[in-house]
Design a protein around this ligand. Sequence first.
Ligand code: UDX
Length: 437
Amino acid sequence: MRITVIGCGYLGATHAACMAELGHDVLGVEIDDTKRATLTDGRVPFHEPGLEELLGRHVASGRLRFTDSFAEAGEFGDLHFLCVGTPQAAIGLGADLSAVFAATEALAPHLRRPTLLVGKSTVPVGTATRLAERLAALAPVSAGTELAWNPEFLREGYGVADTLRPDRLVLGVDSERSEKILRGFYSAAIDAGTPVVVTDFATAELAKVSANAFLATKISFINAIAEVCDASGADVTDLADAMGYDPRIGRSFLNAGIGFGGGCLPKDIRAFVHRAGELGVDDAMSFLRQVDEINQRRRAHLVTTAVELLDGRPTGRRVGVWGAAFKPESDDVRDSPALWIAGQLHLRGAEITVYDPRASDSARHTFPTLAYAASALDAARDADLVLHLTEWQEFRDLDIDQVTAVVRRPMLLDGRNVLDFAAWRDAGWTVHGFGRR
Ligand code: UDX
C-alpha cells in the first residue's frame, strides 16, 4: 500500500522503515528540517539497533521518502499513520496534544479521496473522538475519510523487532471498513499468529496507557520492596527471582534500582492521572501518584547515598558515572534517572565525569556543564566513587583489575543491581546496591 507516516521520531521513523521493509511504499512527513535531511540521507537521528540499516536500504531503493508537505502526503497516501509526540505539557501533568491536532488539521484538507487516518501516538482517552470530529469538519470528502486508533507498544532499543513482529495488534475502529483495511494492511503479522484485539477508540487509547501504567507500577512495586529489604536485611534480587517464578507474576520488570525514565512511562502515568481527574475518577488512578513518587524517591535516594559515601562532603570529590541513557541500547536521555543523578551531584559540588556508550552526545546537549569521558575507564579515573546507572553490557564486561588501577578509591554504587558484587568485592571494592544484602 501507499502509506504516509506523519512525525518521524522514535516511533514514526521506526514504523516508516519497517513498513517499507514489509513491502509498502512509504512517505514520511517530518517538519523538522534537520531531522528530515538526516532521514533523507538514509541516516537515523537517534540510536536504535538495526534501524539505520533498514532505513538506509529503503531510502536507497526509493520505497521510503521524506517530505514536509502535507499536500504531497494527502495526494500520496491510501493510509496515513499519525506518529507525532505527545510530551508532558509545560504546565500541569496532562499531555501536550498540540502536535496531534496540528498534524491532523494540516493533513485533513488534503484528503481528497476516501482514506483512513490511523493514530499510533499515545493519547489520553477521548482524544480520538475529538480528532474524528476535526477530520469530518476539515476533509473535503468527509464521508469516506475515517479515523482508527492503533496504539504502538514498541520499546526503544527493540523498536525494529517489536514493529516487524508485534506481540499484539490493537485496532480501535468505528466501522467494518476501517477494520478490513487495517487487517489487510497487517496481514503478514496476523497470518503469522499475532493476536488482534478489535475494539472502540476509547478502549484502544486506554489499552496503551494502562499497559504503561502497569509496567510503571510493577517497577515501583519492586522498588518499594527494595526499601523494605534495605530496612530488614533481605535481598531484593533473590526476592524478585522467587516472585518471578510464579507465572502469574513473571520476572520481567521486577529489577529494582533507580527506577524508570524515558519519553513514555513517566509522562504517560502523569497524563493518565490528569485525565482520570478530568473524567471525575481521580480516586481510581490516585495510586499512580505513589508509583511516580516511589520512582522519584529512588533517584533522590541514590544521590543521598552517594553523598554519604563521600563522607557527607561531595564538594570537589571526583565521581565517575557509568551511563546517561534512561536504559541500555538507547541514546535517549529524556527523564533519565542516570543523568538526573549526575546533574544533582554536580550541583552539590562533586566533580562528575560521565561515560555512556551511546548517549554522551545527547547527554552533553542536555547537560553541557558535566564532563564527558570517551571510555568507562576514563570516567572512573581518579574517582572517589563510581556510579553504575545504566546497565549497558559493556559495564558488566569491564576488566575489574583495570578499573581498580585507575580509581582513587575503590567504591562502587550500583544503581541497577546487575554488576557481579562478589567479583568487585574480591578485587578490593566496597560495593553498594539497592535492597541488596
Ligand atoms: C515503554 C514500554 O515498555 C513500551 O511498551 C511503550 O511502547 C513505551 O514505553 P520504553 O520507554 O522504551 O518502553 O522503556 P522500557 O523498556 O519499558 O523501560 C522503561 C524504564 O523502566 C527504563 O528506564 C528502565 O531502565 C526501567 N526499568 C525497566 C526498571 O527500572 N526496572 C525494570 O525491571 C524494567
